[in-house]
Design a binder for this molecule. Structure first.
Ligand code: TMP
Length: 210
């Protein structure tokens, strides 16, 4: 099973992914946890370029190709082999991030992004995608305080530094895109406490497994 998690900054994706991992492990399943950008060896280099605040001059098209390169390498060298080994693969962000951030955020053509994603994923789409949804002000506040604690605001802060209107477009983009892909993408309100959010995430996963 291949499950991806999406959402704006600060929705609590990391916490939910950990819990989902524990859930599958308790069932005796082997779980492989990964992320984009940066899920492969080459991808870790791309991640540094993509997220460092000093790289604010990257053009939307350059950014797009770096994310697609990260994804193509990740699918071929990491995700597909792990799935073939029988593991549950949980991925923090995947192709939908490109549609939403580069499409609704940077205003590149969504249909073009869909086609380019097809090339990058090479037929490997998630069985399920969970979008954690939160009001952008709350999400950014959470993300910025987390980054300040971890001291990663410069290395990984390029998107957090975007104007609030960008984050609002991203949030709306996720909701629109999820509505267009109802079978695969499920939206969960990430405002409540982590236990409540997890209950909802779990019920979605269980109904998909049934
Ligand atoms: P994160 O790992 O902290 O979520 O940071 C990754 C950032 O990269 C996040 O702000 C969203 C952005 N992103 C894109 O713009 N397009 C993509 O395709 C992916 C995977 C991420």
């Amino acid at each position: 099973m291949f499950i991806t998690f999406e959402g704006i900054e600060g929705t609590g994706k990391t916490t939910q992914i950990q819990r989902v991992r524990e859930h599958f492990e308790a069932q005796g399943r082997e779980v492989f946890l990964t992320l984009e950008p940066g899920g492969s060896r080459v991808g870790r280099e791309l991640r540094k370029m993509l997220l460092h605040v000093d790289n604010s001059d990257i053009t939307p098209i350059t950014e797009l190709f770096l994310y697609l390169a990260d994804r193509a390498q990740h699918v071929a060298r990491v995700i597909r082999p792990e799935l073939e080994a029988g593991k549950v693969v949980l991925c923090d962000r995947f192709a939908d991030s490109t549609v939403v951030y580069q499409g609704y955020g940077r205003e590149l053509d969504v249909d073009l992004l869909r086609q380019l994603n097809e090339v990058a994923v090479d037929g490997l789409w998630p069985d399920l995608t969970v979008v954690l949804d939160i009001d952008p002000e709350t999400g950014l506040e959470r993300a910025n305080s987390r980054n300040a604690e971890n001291g990663i605001s410069r290395e990984e802060g390029r998107f957090e530094a975007e104007h609030i209107t960008f984050h609002r477009r991203i949030r709306e983009g996720y909701l629109t895109w999820a509505a267009m892909n109802r079978d695969r993408i499920k939206v969960v309100d990430a405002t409540p406490d982590p236990d409540t959010v997890f209950e909802r995430v779990l019920s979605i996963i269980e109904s998909r497994q049934a």
